[in-house]
Design a protein around this ligand. Structure first.
Ligand code: PAN
Ligand code: ZN
Length: 195
């Protein structure tokens, strides 16, 4: 066996249940409530009202036991609950991988969108069960639930990629995703508090 600076984890089988959106065995679970999402939504007043009121769970991330360590390949399932803040769909914080690395998302339940932004170019991918959204190295990414049902996807990414949330807070994501008569619409990104 080759030499590694950090000893890899042992081979393992992880059961992936798409209907329940679970990984078994599982690792850490992350819960993001509205109060964790400061600076994301355009309407700061509406965000504050929701955060200081009911403070709902906006999304959860369950991980497999594979650690975020160099050369490992961790996986996680994110479930974004349905909801809007002043017409803007609930979404993840979004991040850039500081150690630029690719990532794949596989849609498993419900429908949503994948916003991508490299600082100049912006893209939007429609996500649904069975769709692989490919995130190339250097593209910040954010997921959005564009429906009234939960939206879940599996993410697989290099363990050394890291997560930079400050980059997205500083640069935005190029677009905002709002509700429209026929579903959703993309509008130009506006700084938080501008609406
Ligand atoms: C995903 C995300 C997950 C939550 O596993 O981390 O969907 O989104 P935020 O991290 O932006 O809050 C991923 O892209 N990992 O690299
Ligand atoms: Zn990522």
């Amino acid at each position: 066996m080759p030499e590694f600076a950090t000893q890899p984890v042992a081979p393992m089988a992880i059961t992936f249940d798409p209907a329940a959106a679970t990984l078994t065995p599982s690792g850490p679970t992350l819960t993001r409530r509205m109060s964790d999402l400061e600076g994301l939504f355009a309407d700061t007043e509406a965000w504050r009202e929701a955060a200081e009121g009911e403070n709902p769970i906006v999304y959860e991330v369950v991980s497999s036991p594979v650690p975020e360590a160099d050369r490992e390949l961790p996986q996680s399932i994110t479930t974004i609950h349905p909801g809007q803040v002043s017409g803007e769909f609930w979404m993840t914080k979004g991040h850039q991988h500081p150690n630029h690395q690719g990532e794949i998302y596989l849609g498993i339940e419900g429908v949503g969108g994948l916003l991508l932004f490299d600082g100049e170019q912006r893209r939007y991918l429609d996500m649904a069960p069975g769709v692989i959204g490919y995130i190339p190295p250097g593209w910040a990414h954010r997921s959005i639930n564009t429906s009234d049902q939960p939206y879940s996807f599996l993410a697989v990414y290099p363990g050394s990629a890291g997560h930079d949330y400050g980059w997205v807070l500083e640069h935005g994501m190029g677009h905002r995703v709002i509700s429209a008569d026929d579903g959703h619409a993309l509008i130009d990104f506006s700084p938080t508090g501008a609406r």
